[in-house]
Design a protein around this ligand. Structure first.
Ligand SMILES: Cc1cc2nc3c(=O)[nH]c(=O)nc-3n(C[C@H](O)[C@H](O)[C@H](O)COP(=O)(O)O)c2cc1C
Length: 197
């Protein structure tokens, strides 16, 4: 296929990309963290709303605070990973629209202020940005371990106090131990997952 990325890129991003449960000691430096964001930020969101907010937790103190709010099975994974990102949705995302879409901001903000629309827009697009995070990290050679087994309200209080950011999921990032993914499970076939009409 013309313009398709190489087979090795497809392997790295999708076909051989796995969810890691254990981590090597290799750290993720500041410049790599920033590069992940500099890629993921270009993924599309509705009206360029960019509602995701990212708390990059790398300090041992931050890790302890986060691990304390995770399920027992997820706790050791957070503590062992060099970096854990909390992906949140900012319900105040309309406030940043003037920077993001200029003169269209007022009209869009009015639309997003309708009942239920703020939340659904933030969740839809924040989740997309979380997915872009995974793909960007993999593109840069990092491994990922996304997780939702934690106390969302507790994390919001601990990490996003005084804001309208609501945690969505967390994602361990680093260099995974090769044997740590669980056995690969199948996926639905094209026909099971949809149809071409
Ligand atoms: C949003 C999300 C939440 C997840 N929550 C957890 C979790 O709480 N604990 C865990 O061990 N794995 C969790 N996982 C990992 C999934 O089970 C794993 O990504 C999936 O089975 C695919 O595995 P594979 O990438 O190795 O094929 C989560 C994954 C995603 C995307």
């Amino acid at each position: 296929m013309e313009n398709a990325v190489s087979e090795s890129a497809l392997n790295q991003l999708f076909l051989k990309a796995r969810t890691y449960n254990e981590w090597s000691d290799k750290t993720v430096d500041d410049s790599t963290v920033r590069q992940v964001y500099e890629l993921l930020k270009w993924g599309p969101t509705s009206a360029n709303s960019c509602p995701a907010r990212f708390m990059w937790v790398r300090s041992s103190e931050g890790k302890s605070r986060l691990a304390a709010l995770a399920s027992e099975r997820n706790r050791p994974k957070i503590l062992a990973a060099p970096l854990t990102v909390i992906v949140g949705n900012d319900l105040s995302f309309p406030d940043t629209l003037p920077k993001l879409i200029g003169e269209r901001a007022a009209e869009a903000a009015k639309y997003f202020a309708q009942p239920g629309v703020t939340e659904s827009t933030a969740m839809r697009n924040g989740s997309l940005q979380g997915a872009y995070l995974i793909i960007a990290a993999r593109a840069l050679g990092l491994d990922c371990g996304p997780m939702s087994g934690f106390d969302n309200a507790g994390v919001d209080k601990e990490f996003f106090a005084g804001t309208r950011v609501q945690s969505n999921f967390i994602c361990n990032l680093g260099y995974g131990k090769p044997d740590s993914p669980f056995p690969r499970n199948p996926r639905l076939s094209f026909e099971e997952a949809g149809c071409l009409v």
